[in-house]
Design a protein around this ligand. Structure first.
Ligand code: PMP
Length: 352
């Protein structure tokens, strides 16, 4: 730390992103990216748009929001586009949580929540998941806090039924409930359908997983027009050009080819079922995932040891050192071939 670093941030523990190795070609199953490339129209749109890079991007993303509004049956003013969903999460924490509206989220969930809370000096409570890693909605009913739910959750992969999400939203009318749906397209139930009934609901999503665009950084928030206006106040106070021209064009092209992505989601869901079954037949405990990853532990090998051996053999998975998680690994679902290689490699490791 330099002697110039503000004392405001001296205690901040930053988020640790998953490894993005540049030196070796791994089978990369560690950051829940899609194994499929973006749809064909995306490359073409980016190439064309690159000729206009001398000009600033559209701060309102008018065309992109119009397409989103059509697909999700919303008014464009109920939509904000952001630089990955991390950005809309940060804006939402800034906008809707403070000393008077402290945050509540699970003890095992997306690791960025406590970081954004600390960054913005918002008090937060981490509510323990049950011993089977499921979330008890009763813990959040009438809690009088700004609630953040990852649904489906990460790294567990477990999903909460929409009726339970609704109870949480309904019972906290004076607080915003943020539902992070980064993985919803792989089998979760979206809370988008609740938006016209609850002014305190913010739904967050991303193009990073089901739409194969993690590298483009495109996320979004859906809410009442007033909630979205608040987020825009912060966006315009930070970086109105948060969506660059190439990402805006890529997003529009992706939405024009939505069927391609929905087909890929079905393939991932099939590969997930296959991988789960294979791991279970090798003795693993695998949680019931509604995402593009599985969370699995083996009685035969420690989570950290399995992570290390897979890495030596060219397969990257995600291991967390946290007490309740360290016997597990989070494994992204890739192509069938990648999953076959994974299972063969695990068999070798367990056999030798
Ligand atoms: N929410 C959850 C639950 C996630 O796992 C991730 C991905 N790490 C994000 C949000 C953020 O993704 P992005 O910023 O790429 O949209």
């Amino acid at each position: 730390m330099s002697r110039f670093f503000s004392a405001r941030y001296a205690d901040l523990t930053p988020y640790t992103p998953g490894e993005q190795p540049q030196n070796r070609a791994y089978i990369k199953l560690n950051t829940n990216e899609s194994p499929f490339p973006p749809s064909p129209g995306v490359a073409e749109a980016v190439e064309t748009e690159s000729r206009r890079l001398a000009l600033y991007s559209d701060p309102e993303c008018v065309k992109l929001r119009a397409k989103m509004a059509e697909i999700y049956r919303l008014d464009p003013d109920q939509i904000v586009m952001t630089n990955g969903s991390d950005e809309v999460l940060n804006f939402a924490f800034m906008a809707f949580a403070d000393e008077a509206h402290p945050l509540a989220f699970a003890d095992i969930t997306y690791g960025f929540y406590p970081v954004f809370a600390q960054l913005n000096r918002i008090p937060f409570t981490e509510i323990p998941l049950k011993s089977d890693f499921s979330l008890d909605p009763a813990d959040y009913i009438g809690i009088h806090k700004t609630v953040v739910l990852a649904n489906p959750n990460a790294p567990t992969g477990l999903a909460l039924p929409l009726s339970e999400v609704e109870q949480i939203v309904k019972s906290n009318p004076d607080n915003v409930v943020i539902v992070d749906e980064a993985y919803v397209d792989f089998g979760g139930e979206s809370a988008v359908t609740l938006l016209d009934r609850y002014e305190n609901l913010l739904v967050v999503g991303t193009f990073s997983k089901s739409r194969s665009m993690a590298g483009a950084r495109l996320g979004f928030g859906f809410g009442s027009k007033k909630l979205i206006a608040d987020l825009n106040t912060l966006r315009y106070s930070t970086n109105p050009y948060n969506i660059n021209r190439l990402t805006d064009a890529a997003g529009q092209a992706a939405l024009a080819e939505n069927d391609y992505y929905m087909t890929n989601c079905r393939t991932i869901i099939e590969n997930r079922a296959w991988t789960t079954e294979q791991l279970r037949s090798l003795g693993f405990r695998v949680l019931d995932s509604k995402t593009n990853f599985v969370f699995a532990e083996s009685p035969q090998i420690d989570g950290g040891a399995l992570y290390g051996k897979l890495k030596e053999k060219g397969i990257l998975v995600r291991h967390f050192d946290k007490e309740r998680l360290k016997s597990f690994n989070r494994i992204t679902i890739g192509t069938k071939e990648q999953m076959q290689t994974l299972i063969e490699t695990i068999k070798e490791i367990l056999g030798g």
